[in-house]
Design a protein around this ligand. Structure first.
Ligand code: HXC
Length: 517
């Protein structure tokens, strides 16, 4: 057998060195924390054998200038492309074993290169993050590197899906790039996201706080609303990326994939006809309605623990990918507050930019009254939701299940915000106010003058409810398109999605709108 060409041997050695990242000791340290390496993570995420790495031999300028012979190949990030369910995705995975995955000028160059390729080729870009933020030794070069990424995040937003999976600490700039993207996935008790870490907080304010309480997944999923999904471990987090992408097109000029399944499109579930209690003050669980209407097991709820009075998520109905927006009457009666407005707005806009039709279920007594909400800017936040629904040109279908009072009727995909098909269930109550509130205002003097004001109020409220709080008033004036039995909803929505499939509703030309933020 002839000897191998030494140049081939050198290449093999270089590749092996690149795969070693920051060295076996640091890899062991990473594993000891229950964390995988960047390359292991990529292998878990992508279809087997589809990853092709780019620029593995890039090194930091610091290494180039150093007298030490040590050079960390790859400069703390592994980049390239591969496939998920046979569709191309571009990927970057920070390598914590090299300078703590921190961002340097050359790391930024590598990330920007795959972002640019993703844009030019109309494919999603997925980032697996595990980083101490800006690499301190690189000073302004690291900061400039972040700016290069942020600018691309913003300019490519709405063109290709951008997803961040937080798999370790994500400090400073490492938190802002994900915040500009479509989806942030965290790992419980493993990923932390903050602008200034516990040590800085202690130095500046004297406050002592641990990383988990400052920016762990529990905080960002339930309190800040910064994260969208959380998983128990890395494997499950990467599985969520695959699941999420299945609902989206690869870019904004494609339609989402149509994936027929075994759930009968004509299925009528009798339980839906019994879901809404006869007493309008009794709650029920909207999640149950959603799960029953969509294809079985396809509902992927986004931000399930934050602003739980609102529900948003992706699902399939008759194989069509849809975005579901709803109220949860079992939480705060489904009232719309600041956080619920923000949650629904962002989701509506994400669906709109990626051509995912919107299916909205409405049951809300309206906006949450009170000083805290007014002073917190509910007008500004609620206006975002109005803006988002008005602006959205995707097929829009709305189902009013029960209360659609006042602002809740108008804001939640009402017909004259441009909703294509509006259905009401027989339990729908479409009115400016609930019956008690309405009669208190309309018949104030009559109630005060009555011998038994409470009985008078009750009687008037009953009459008001019968006359106005029903779907027939709205149907008689064309404000809803039809009144349907709840069990018919699935078939009706599927028919509407087919009828609206080729919807063409171009927006007037403009640079961009000025959404209230
Ligand atoms: C250079 C860094 C670094 C940094 C960590 N390392 N952070 N090197 N710049 N910012 C290096 C460490 O020296 C160490 O190198 C290796 O990464 C692993 O770090 P450890 O501290 O040993 O790991 P761990 O205990 O797990 O803690 C990780 C950590 C912590 C939580 C990320 O290192 C930390 O708090 N780092 C600083 C975070 C931060 O404040 N970053 C700046 C953000 S400002 P060796 O050689 O020992 O392996 C910013 C500005 C952008 O990002 C603003 C844009 C808007």
């Amino acid at each position: 057998m002839s000897e191998e060409d030494p140049r081939i041997l050198e290449l093999r050695a270089m590749r092996a060195k690149a795969r070693e990242g920051g060295g076996t000791d640091r890899i062991q340290k990473q594993h000891a924390k229950g964390k995988a390496t960047a390359r292991e993570r990529i292998e878990t995420l992508l279809d087997p054998g589809t990853f092709n790495e780019l620029e593995p031999f890039i090194t930091s300028h610091l290494d180039d200038m150093s007298l030490s012979t040590q050079k960390y190949l790859g400069d703390g990030v592994v980049t390239g492309y591969g496939q998920i369910e046979g569709r191309i995705v571009y990927i970057y995975a920070q390598d914590f074993t090299i300078y703590g995955g921190t961002l340097s000028e050359m790391q930024s160059h590598k990330i920007c290169h795959v972002m640019d390729l993703a844009l030019r080729n109309g494919a999603p870009c997925v980032g697996l993050l595990d980083s101490g933020g800006a690499r301190i030794q690189e000073g302004v070069k690291a900061l400039g590197g972040y700016a290069e990424i942020f600018r691309r995040n913003a300019q490519y937003s709405g063109v290709i899906p951008q997803i961040s999976v937080m798999l370790g600490p994500c400090a400073g700039g490492a938190a802002y790039s994900p915040a500009l993207q479509d989806l942030i996935i965290m790992v419980e008790k493993q990923s932390f996201m903050f602008l200034t870490g516990p040590e800085v907080i202690k130095a500046v304010t004297g406050e002592v706080i641990d990383a988990e309480s400052l920016g762990g997944s529990a905080i960002h999923m339930a309190v800040s609303g910064v994260a969208h999904l959380a998983a128990k471990d890395e494997h499950a987090a990467l599985g969520l990326v695959r699941k999420f992408l299945a609902y989206l097109p690869s870019n904004n000029v494609e339609n989402p994939p149509f994936l027929p399944n075994s759930d009968d499109p004509a299925r009528m579930d009798e339980s839906l006809n019994r879901l809404i209690p006869v007493d309008p003050s009794e709650p029920y669980v909207m999640h149950q309605a959603i799960e029953t209407v969509v294809d079985k097991g396809t509902f992927l709820e986004i931000q399930p623990a934050w602003a739980r009075n609102a529900i948003v998520g992706l699902a399939r109905i008759g194989g069509h990918s849809v975005g579901i927006v709803a109220q949860e009457p079992a939480v705060m009666a489904g009232v719309i507050d600041i956080d619920a407005s923000d949650k629904m707005t962002r989701f509506v806009r994400m669906c709109d930019c990626f051509n995912v039709p919107l299916v909205t279920f409405v049951d809300s007594p309206g906006f949450l009254p009170g000083i805290a909400q007014e002073h917190g800017g509910i007008i500004r936040h609620g206006a975002k939701l109005l803006y988002a629904y008005s602006e959205a040109t995707v097929p829009k279908i709305c189902i009013i299940t029960r209360k659609a009072y006042g602002g809740a009727y108008v804001v939640m995909s009402s017909k004259y915000l441009g909703t294509d098909v509006t259905y009401a269930w027989p339990s729908a109550e479409i009115a400016v106010l609930g019956s008690e509130g309405a009669v208190n205002i309309l018949f104030k003097k009559q109630i005060e003058a009555a011998s038994d004001p409470a009985a008078e109020r009750k009687q008037l409220a009953q009459e008001y409810r019968e006359k106005f709080n029903n779907p027939y008033q709205a149907a008689s004036t064309g404000y809803v398109d039809d009144i349907i039995e709840p069990r018919e909803t699935r078939a009706k929505v599927i028919a509407a999605l087919s009828a609206l499939h080729d919807k063409y509703a171009p927006a007037p030309p403009r640079k961009h709108g000025n959404i209230p933020v």
